[in-house]
Design a protein around this ligand. Structure first.
Ligand SMILES: NC(=O)c1ccc[n+]([C@@H]2O[C@H](COP(=O)([O-])OP(=O)(O)OC[C@H]3O[C@@H](n4cnc5c(N)ncnc54)[C@H](O)[C@@H]3O)[C@@H](O)[C@H]2O)c1
Ligand SMILES: O=C(O)[C@H](O)COP(=O)(O)O
Length: 525
């Protein structure tokens, strides 16, 4: 039975959905890394928020794990490289909490503009410090949005509704999209020098870490206010403290911190800092959205092979997954066949898709061909990491589509170039949706692959078939199917023989010694 572990606090709807779809689900929140490592081998799926750290050690122990589902956006708590290497798909829910988080940023902007938390605390303490809490208006002020993706764009939209002027810095924001949102696209330095409020909405990457540091503060207006509801590492916290102490920055509203959970932080207790404990996504609505979405996505993948919102795999819809399944088998067999025939360093893989298959999403098919091809070279290759491994090894991958039908209504042809030669193998699906090999080295034949096969190339001369049958019969090997093809009369011929047991080295040597045999190989599928 398929099993999922929920290791963070998720809406109970997630468990309900998993169980309704026949997936056994355990929820264990607050495990230590060691406890998670001990528990994870049992599970096919792991559903998390930001608290669980999916480290290389956790992934190494996760021998049955197929998918990590993040009920939320940020996946900086998941080692995606290690997940990919282990064949684990990582998915998130990129939109479910965006409105909620943008609203939190706006709430934090109001809070820091009017010192609402400080005034609240003072009022509860019976101090009535009316003159202490002088605020600023938002109307007509300039908001600088750093990172104008899903959340940044919603925050900008809400700020425009508050009659603010919005400037945005985002290297990937097009002029058209900026106009559509209603923001002015500017460079970072211009944003820093013009903004009265700055709100951050980028992921934490090597290029965004510390994007707001000493240099950035120096370029800002005096009295600027900073809001961060994205990731703690975007702001250099030491530099922020100095800027607050000097009065350069009039206030900061922070939902996220460099180290979380943040029990201690140099900014805590600062009178100009408003802080919340990573609450950006914490609304009833957002938590329902992300929990339902992650459970559906994970169940779709575990049960039907459909891939949605994955960070390390191309998307495949449920309907596509059903149509793709027989092609996945064909692509896997072609890749494996070509891989087992390839003895030298791979340089180029060409995959031609012809006829019906061109209507489908070919990216997963290509990934599975490449996986099959690399499998004889390395155990650790899988569909998730195959393309990355090929790239690392400078293997060129060329895909082409020919929508017209050839001799078959659908065909996939894999050609592999090594430093010595180019070899090809092609296959189709018959009406029973079962794969058939229909061409090897441009020689036509028709073979269904089975667990143990013999691949024999020989000269097309009389006596070969009988001699081969005798060798196999003498060895007690039953022939299940026998497929033959030849380039031309008397030219190169290929035999693909399905046998009920594997052939020993001795049998292979005897076949190799037969007159006219050029090459024999035992293949496994
Ligand atoms: N506080 C919370 O609870 C909470 C909730 C949800 C999301 N988040 C975080 O908010 C952030 C934004 O989420 P999103 O859904 O809007 O992501 P998104 O991918 O839709 O948008 C991010 C934007 O940042 C831009 N960007 C990337 N590098 C940049 C750079 N160097 N400079 C400027 N812009 C850059 C991208 O082009 C993109 O437009 C993420 O870090 C996410 O983890 C926090
Ligand atoms: O990236 C996100 O989605 C947010 O940081 C929310 O994190 P959380 O699910 O731990 O609240």
């Amino acid at each position: 039975m398929v099993k999922v572990l929920i290791s963070d606090k998720l809406s109970p709807l997630a468990k309900e959905i998993f169980e309704k779809r026949g997936i056994q689900t355990d929820q264990i929140v607050g495990m230590t890394p060691e406890e998670l490592i001990a528990k994870i081998p049992e599970y096919d799926g792991l559903a998390i928020r930001s608290a669980t750290k999916v480290t290389p050690e956790v992934l190494a122990a996760a021998e049955n794990l197929k998918v990590v589902g993040r009920a939320g956006i940020g996946v900086d708590n998941v080692d995606i490289k290690a997940a990919t290497a282990n064949g684990v798909v990582v998915m998130n829910t990129p939109f479910g909490n965006s409105i909620t988080t943008a609203e939190h940023a706006i709430a934090m902007m109001f809070a820091v503009a009017r010192q609402i938390p400080q005034a609240n605390e003072s009022t509860h303490a019976g101090k009535w410090e009316k003159s202490k809490f002088m605020g600023v208006e938002l109307t007509s002020k300039t908001l600088g949005v750093i990172g104008c993706g899903n959340i940044g764009a919603i925050a900008a939209d809400r700020a425009l509704g508050l009659k603010m002027k919005v400037v945005a810095f985002d290297p990937f924001l097009s002029q058209e999209r900026a106009e559509e949102i209603g923001v002015e696209k500017v460079e970072l330095d211009e944003l820093l020098s013009r903004a009265d409020f700055i709100t951050l909405h980028t992921p934490l990457t090597d290029s965004t870490r510390g994007i707001i540091g000493k240099d950035a503060f120096a370029k800002m207006k005096d009295g600027v206010r900073i809001i961060n509801c994205a990731r703690g590492g975007l702001i250099d916290e030491e530099a922020l403290k100095e800027a607050l102490d000097s009065g350069k920055v009039a206030g900061a509203a922070l939902d996220v911190f460099a180290v979380e959970p943040a029990k201690e932080n140099a900014l805590f207790g600062h009178e100009k800092v408003v802080a919340t404990p990573h609450l950006g996504a914490s609304t009833t609505e957002a938590q329902v959205n992300v929990a339902v979405q992650v459970a559906e996505q994970m169940a779709d993948y575990l049960l039907d092979g459909a891939v949605t919102n994955a960070l390390n795999m191309p998307s495949v819809s449920a309907e596509e997954a059903t149509r793709l399944n027989p092609y996945m088998k064909l692509a896997g067999e072609l890749g494996s066949f070509a891989g087992q025939l390839t003895e030298n360093a791979l340089q180029k893989i060409q995959i031609e898709y012809q006829g019906d298959v061109t209507e489908l999403n070919i990216r997963p098919l290509t990934a599975i061909v490449v996986e099959g091809l690399l499998q004889p070279l390395m155990d650790s290759v899988n569909m998730v990491n195959a393309m990355a491994i090929a790239k690392e090894r400078d293997i060129e991958i060329i895909e082409s589509k020919n929508e017209g039908e050839g001799d078959y209504h659908t065909m996939i042809k894999v050609s592999v170039t090594t430093d010595k030669q180019t070899r090809s193998v092609a296959g189709t699906l018959f009406a029973d949706r079962r794969p058939r090999i229909v061409e090897v080295k441009d020689i036509r034949l028709e073979a269904e692959l089975s667990h143990d096969m013999l691949y024999v190339t020989n000269e097309d001369l009389p006596g070969f078939i009988g001699a081969l049958g005798t060798v196999l019969g003498d060895a007690g090997l039953n022939i299940a199917t026998f497929s033959l093809g030849r380039a031309a009369e008397g030219g190169e011929a290929i035999a693909l023989v399905s046998i009920d047991q594997p052939a020993s080295d001795e049998v292979l040597a005897k076949v190799q010694a037969l007159p006219h045999v050029r090459q024999v190989k035992a293949l496994k599928f």
